[in-house]
Design a protein around this ligand. Structure first.
Ligand SMILES: [Ca+2]
Length: 236
């Protein structure tokens, strides 16, 4: 990882190697910075401040080996994160739907740790030092320092989180709706074949029946029986 201890400054004065992203568009009060007044190690840390409800994250893409266990950890300090928010300060991997840590209130430095396994094709993960989560807005201030990612097998009882994005959603057509479409197509085809067979067998009678139907001279009983026959052929 690059600048995991937040001691290096970028040309713009922020923490080098970390990009800030947040959910609520047009919320200028949501900010991240390198804070040289608060630290767990050295003289600085990463700071995220969300005065209004938001999901704020400092992100760094890190190369990884496929099919490999990693230990992910960070030191975290919080101020003013309400207990009512759904998700407090945490570490997660972008697009994976699990996190470690859910720190709220005013808490001095503490370490959060989890293990995760990369996927068979995975060559990079985007680590997020975060306040809030997908579908979960938070307010307050969090500092992160000494973030770490290293190859390590999880010990018994370890907290494990997903490092992999969810698989693509299945196709929109469900098996039940496909079956219904097949039934209707088969029923309509059988009805057409029956009418064609009737037409060949007794063209003049059928012509008279259609003429009667068109002229409205069939009784309601005859109309009902004809419609019932068609319904039985299609849906039966
Ligand atoms: Ca530091």
């Amino acid at each position: 990882m690059h600048n995991a201890d937040a001691e290096t400054t970028s040309p713009s004065g922020n923490a080098a190697g970390w990009n800030f992203d947040h959910w609520t568009q047009g919320e200028p009060a949501s900010q991240a910075s390198r804070d040289s007044t608060v630290s767990h190690s050295g003289s600085a840390s990463l700071k995220i401040s969300l005065p209004q409800g938001d999901d704020g994250k400092l992100i760094q893409a890190v190369p990884v080996e496929p099919n490999t266990w990693y230990r992910l950890s960070a030191w975290v300090k919080t101020v003013g994160i309400p207990n009512a928010v759904k998700t407090g300060a945490n570490l997660s991997v972008i697009d994976a739907m699990e996190f470690v840590g859910d720190i709220k209130g005013d808490q001095d430095w503490q370490q959060i740790v989890a293990w995760g396994q990369t996927g068979p094709e995975q060559k990079e993960i985007k680590i997020a030092a975060r306040l809030g989560f997908y579908g979960s807005l938070a307010t307050g201030t969090v500092w992160f320092d000494d973030i770490s990612l290293s190859q390590s097998e999880p010990p018994a009882g370890a907290k494990i989180i997903s490092f992999m994005p969810p698989p693509p959603a299945p196709a929109a057509t469900t098996s039940s709706s496909a079956a219904l479409v097949n039934s209707v197509v088969i029923g309509a085809s059988l009805a057409f074949l029956l009418l064609a067979w009737l037409a060949i067998q007794n063209r003049s009678v059928l012509n008279h029946r259609f003429a009667d139907l068109a002229n409205g001279t069939l009784s309601w009983q005859q109309t009902a029986s004809a419609l019932t026959l068609i319904a039985v052929v299609i849906f039966g």
